[in-house]
Design a protein around this ligand. Structure first.
Ligand SMILES: *[C@@H]1O[C@H](CO)[C@@H](O)[C@H](O)[C@H]1NC(C)=O
Ligand SMILES: *[C@@H]1O[C@H](CO)[C@@H](O)[C@H](O)[C@H]1NC(C)=O
Ligand SMILES: *[C@@H]1O[C@H](CO)[C@@H](O)[C@H](O)[C@H]1NC(C)=O
Ligand SMILES: *[C@@H]1O[C@H](CO)[C@@H](O)[C@H](O)[C@H]1NC(C)=O
Ligand SMILES: *[C@@H]1O[C@H](CO)[C@@H](O)[C@H](O)[C@H]1NC(C)=O
Ligand SMILES: *[C@@H]1O[C@H](CO)[C@@H](O)[C@H](O)[C@H]1NC(C)=O
Ligand SMILES: *[C@@H]1O[C@H](CO)[C@@H](O)[C@H](O)[C@H]1NC(C)=O
Ligand SMILES: *[C@@H]1O[C@H](CO)[C@@H](O)[C@H](O)[C@H]1NC(C)=O
Ligand SMILES: *[C@@H]1O[C@H](CO)[C@@H](O)[C@H](O)[C@H]1NC(C)=O
Ligand SMILES: *[C@@H]1O[C@H](CO)[C@@H](O)[C@H](O)[C@H]1NC(C)=O
Ligand SMILES: *[C@@H]1O[C@H](CO)[C@@H](O)[C@H](O)[C@H]1NC(C)=O
Ligand SMILES: *[C@@H]1O[C@H](CO)[C@@H](O)[C@H](O)[C@H]1NC(C)=O
Length: 835
């Protein structure tokens, strides 16, 4: 209904405009074809000229007909630009106010670029705007953006996730937003009280406030929330400052909201107390995510007939779940009760359609749960540490043909794994580690086997059977930490993606067949492998991570490593017996950011150790933990084209063997430390296209190896140092785009005033950039947006979160999205609906 209304208005407007054109005659195009309007073309040209376009995505923006440029769509009859869609173009720069000249724009998407915006008044000119997506645009200097949007009569969708809004969101007295249906303000670190005008937007269908720090007294929430009669999805997750008694929301949730709300994400929000009984009023509710809170007491009998997804993991609920728990929710698809103190009775009658059941740390045993047999459609089962002390029943290997993920680790499951083939043909992950099983692996057609620390399974043979080579669809094999001995069979003929054999007692030369063009992660560390790196590894062209540390590998680091393994991101070779030098070809690996070759016999490179354990990363108030360490020796760091911000950490100066440092095209600010002069091996330094400021430290003239320097497009100021190595750095373009620089080789002579630092310095921001660097290395762009509306349970194993992030992503896509998100994704519906 909302959309129809908007479209009708839009049509009327277009018609009116066309009639007006006819009356005025001349200039505008009402007929066929869409020819760009000069004013709008100029506005787009201004826009382009103010930007860096590293990927050349705007190269089609030439000529007179702007309607044919990529990302630009014009109205067929009027020739006005009505859509501008530049999401994920890698454009860098500032959104100019000239865009206000695109006065008929209906749709504007600039998300996921490296843009910022100063001032927002020009938005008020876009009176036809319906959909706006500025996710990831830095709006910290555009503080009144919501006020500006409030003047737009047709605006119906606003995406402002991860925009650095921080400030309280005030609107003033008059609240327009009559057509607003979709509002995403997530991940902005806003720490004000909850703006109450939000609860007056009666047309809202989707409201995402996740990942902020709104301070909310529950008793102070207005009952107008209950009058959002169109609200379908509400995301409040990740706001840690809710306080008060949830039962006080009983009145609110008995108003019309209870008839519309289908999705409620309210995890990680410091909620406590018994589960409030008003939850039972929400009859249309399909998704309820209350994970990572402190709810206690017993589980309610769920009277939610539409419920499909329930996540109560990481709370303090206790007691035994009732026999018919879940029966009143016959559509229940996904039930996540992990990490509570919940017990399950053996005669539980589970909801029959369950596809995902997570009960890690629940008391399910001691009997192996017989009710599992009734879950014919189960596709994911997580029952790690569930007090099961029993034999694995025969039916287990056949009970649900759909099952893709099984984790029964950390129980006391005994008995022999039956030989012969299993009918579990879709199995992708099987984790039976930390049990007392014996026998051989059955012939799964599984493509993931995770048996880390599966002590029992290898107790007899203690070696990897060659039958493993027959697991033709195997994509993931983790046999780490099993005390496996012997040589690894050289019979692999697989499209293996991830193989982890680390922490065993394997010896012999590295089998030739272990790495193929399909491999992306290979970990053989902490074994006794010897001999040289097989030259067949030349063919492992997709390898992202190679970890061979703590072995006895000898020979030199092959030159082809730098030539063939172009995808390599991490290379860990420490504690081996490698000789020779580090081939400079490694410096050509575009994605390599971790190289650790310490503790070998390389000429001139050994002996540096530099561990950082368990780095806590605080990203917008949410803590992530990275297990592991920063490897000892960087020679080449390339973090260009990311979104790194703040200062370059002084710690970089400790990376004393650094040869190449490329931090270009980020959002780094602050001044360069004098200590940069200590990086005496530095040959390449590219800091172009950032917001760095201050003077170029004179210590840099001591960098005698420096032969490639680029400082262009920053805010550097003052005199370019002279003498030393700077006598050979005479290409003026390496300093372009810094208005304050003067001296040789630029034409600008230095006046006395130019030596004075601009106001606002020095810059004392905190220095946790190394951590930020690691954060960005681990995260793919756009992960933060959308995170708050994903059930936390989808990330099944904590240890996988980062180590195999891509891989998890892969599983996540293949199995879970299919199940969980068959609820229509509301996002973007407005934007896709019209063209
Ligand atoms: C665009 O807007 C600016 C003001 O924001 C104005 O000065 C300019 O004349 C307008 N027209 C063009 C073609 O840029
Ligand atoms: C505009 O023109 C294009 C191509 O000529 C056509 O595919 C599209 O349907 C037209 N749209 C409208 C709203 O007429
Ligand atoms: C608003 O749009 C009109 C043309 O419709 C233009 O003349 C004016 O300069 C624009 N204002 C801004 C601030 O861009
Ligand atoms: C509300 O919208 C009208 C028309 O679009 C506009 O004139 C008015 O300034 C808006 N009010 C506020 C407070 O922005
Ligand atoms: C909100 O954050 C700002 C800076 O981010 C800080 O100055 C302010 O004290 C915070 N306010 C509250 C209420 O925590
Ligand atoms: C559940 O926890 C509450 C309070 O934490 C306690 O009083 C109650 O005895 C517990 N119930 C069970 C069955 O353990
Ligand atoms: C299992 O799934 C199939 C196909 O999706 C469906 O026909 C069947 O009814 C489901 N079984 C149960 C018990 O829900
Ligand atoms: C198993 O669960 C108990 C609580 O039920 C917990 O204390 C223990 O740490 C868990 N063990 C493992 C290995 O996760
Ligand atoms: C590597 O690939 C080439 C061409 O694809 C093939 O001829 C060669 O046998 C492969 N080498 C090994 C050791 O697999
Ligand atoms: C790096 O690659 C470039 C271009 O592909 C090539 O010219 C250069 O020789 C390579 N450097 C090394 C050390 O291999
Ligand atoms: C956003 O812009 C502000 C002001 O320019 C700046 O201080 C801040 O560091 C920027 N944030 C990011 C993530 O770049
Ligand atoms: C260069 O290095 C030498 C010795 O390492 C030091 O004495 C000198 O001050 C340095 N020059 C600058 C400009 O930092």
């Amino acid at each position: 209904m909302l959309r129809m209304g908007v479209m009708k208005k839009h049509f009327q407007l277009a018609l009116m405009f066309c009639l007006l054109c006819l009356e005025l005659g001349g200039f505008c195009n009402c007929g066929d074809g869409s020819i760009c309007r000069e004013v709008e073309r100029k506005a787009l040209v201004d826009f382009k000229n103010g930007l860096e376009d590293p990927n050349g995505r705007l190269s089609s923006w030439i000529g007179l007909d702007c309607c044919s440029w990529t990302g630009v769509h014009c109205h067929n009859y009027t020739g006005h630009v009505i859509r501008l869609d530049l999401h994920n173009y890698g454009v860098i720069g500032r959104v100019p106010h000239q865009l206000g000249n695109l006065s008929r724009l209906q749709y504007l998407d600039l998300s996921y670029n490296f843009l910022d915006m100063v001032g927002s008044h020009w938005l008020t000119n876009l009176s036809s705007l319906q959909c706006l997506n500025l996710n990831g645009v830095n709006l910290s200097e555009a503080k009144n953006v919501l006020k500006s949007l409030n003047t737009l009569p047709l605006i119906s969708e606003i995406n402002l996730c991860d925009c650095e809004l921080h400030v309280p969101l005030s609107l003033g007295v008059e609240i327009n937003f009559t057509n607003l249906g979709f509002l995403d303000l997530s991940s902005n670190g806003i720490n004000s009280t909850m703006p109450l005008w939000l609860f007056k937007l009666s047309g809202l269908e989707y409201l995402n406030l996740g990942g902020n720090n709104f301070q909310v007294r529950i008793a102070g929430l207005p009952t107008t929330l209950g009058k959002l009669c169109n609200l379908i999805e509400l995301v409040l997750s990740g706001n840690k400052y809710f306080s008060g008694d949830l039962n006080r929301l009983g009145e609110t949730f008995s108003m019309c909201l209870k008839n519309s709300l289908e999705v409620l994400y309210w995890s990680d929000a410091s909620l406590s107390g018994p589960l409030p009984s008003w939850l039972g009023n929400l009859k249309p509710l399909k998704v309820l995510d209350l994970a990572y809170n402190s709810f206690y007491g017993s589980l309610l009998q769920l009277r939610l007939p539409s419920l499909q997804i329930l996540d109560l993991s990481y709370n303090n609920c206790n007691g035994t779940i009732p026999k018919y728990f879940g029966q009143l929710s016959p559509e229940l698809d996904m039930l996540v009760l992990s990490y509570n103190n919940i017990a399950v009775r053996p005669d539980w009658v589970p909801p029959p359609k369950l596809r995902v059941l997570n009960m890690n740390d629940c008391k399910v045993g001691p009997r192996f749960p017989p009710w599992l047999q009734n879950l014919k459609n189960l596709s994911s089962l997580a029952m790690s540490n569930a007090s099961i002390v029993d034999a694995l029943p025969q039916w287990f290997w056949n009970f649900s043909l759909d099952i893709g993920y099984i984790d029964l680790s950390h129980n006391e499951i005994k008995g022999k794994i039956p030989s012969g083939s299993s009918k579990l043909t879709n199995l992708r992950v099987l984790d039976l580690s930390h049990n007392y099983l014996e026998g051989q692996l059955p012939q799964f057609s599984s493509n993931i086997v995770d048996l880390d620390q599966a002590h029992g399974l290898f107790s007899r043979s203690r070696s990897i059977p060659s039958s493993f080579c027959e697991l033709n669809h195997l994509q993931f094999l983790d046999l780490s930490k099993n005390m496996i001995e012997g040589v690894v069979p050289d019979c692999w003929n697989l499209s293996m993606d991830v193989m982890d054999l680390s922490y065993n007692n394997l010896h012999g030369i590295i089998p030739v067949s272990i790495c193929t063009t399909f491999s992306s992660v290979l970990r053989l560390s902490n074994n006794e492998f010897f001999g040289e790196l097989p030259s067949s590894f030349k063919n492992c062209t997709s390898l992202i991570s190679l970890d061979l540390e703590h072995n006895k590998i000898s020979g030199s680091i092959p030159v082809w490593l730098g030539e063939n393994l172009q995808a390599l991101e991490t290379l860990e070779l420490r504690y081996n017996m490698l000789t020779g030098t580090i081939p400079p070809q490694l410096g050509n690996l575009t994605y390599l950011h971790v190289i650790d070759v310490s503790n070998n016999h390389l000429s001139g490179w050994s002996g540096i150790e530099h561990y950082v354990n368990n780095i806590d990363i605080n990203m917008k108030g949410r803590e992530f933990q990275l297990e592991g360490r920063i490897p000892s020796l960087f020679i080449c760091i390339d973090l260009s084209n990311n979104m790194l911000s703040r200062k370059i950490p002084e710690e970089l100066a400790h990376l004393s063997f650094l040869q190449s440092l490329n931090l270009s095209r980020n959002q780094l600010s602050g001044q360069l430390s004098e200590k940069i002069g200590e990086l005496r091996w530095l040959e390449v330094l590219d800091l172009s296209v950032n917001n760095l400021s201050g003077a170029i430290p004179p210590t840099m003239t001591n960098l005698t190896s420096l032969n490639h320097l680029n400082l262009s497009y920053n805010n550097f100021y003052g005199e370019i140092p002279y003498g030393g190595q700077f006598q050979v750095l005479l290409d003026p373009s390496i300093y372009f785009g810094n208005r304050g620089l003067c001296g040789v080789p630029l034409n600008t002579k230095c006046e006395i005033e130019a030596l004075v630092q601009p106001l606002g310095l020095p810059n004392n921001e905190d220095d946790n950039n190394l951590e930020a660097i690691w954060f960005y290395l681990s995260m793919s762009l756009g992960f933060i947006c959308g995170f708050w509306a994903i059930s936390g349970a989808l990330i099944l194993k904590k240890s996988w979160r980062y180590a195999y992030f891509r891989f998890v992503d892969h599983i996540y896509n293949k199995i879970y999205v299919l199940i969980a998100i068959n609820l229509k994704k509301m996002k973007r519906k407005c934007c896709l609906a019209r063209e």
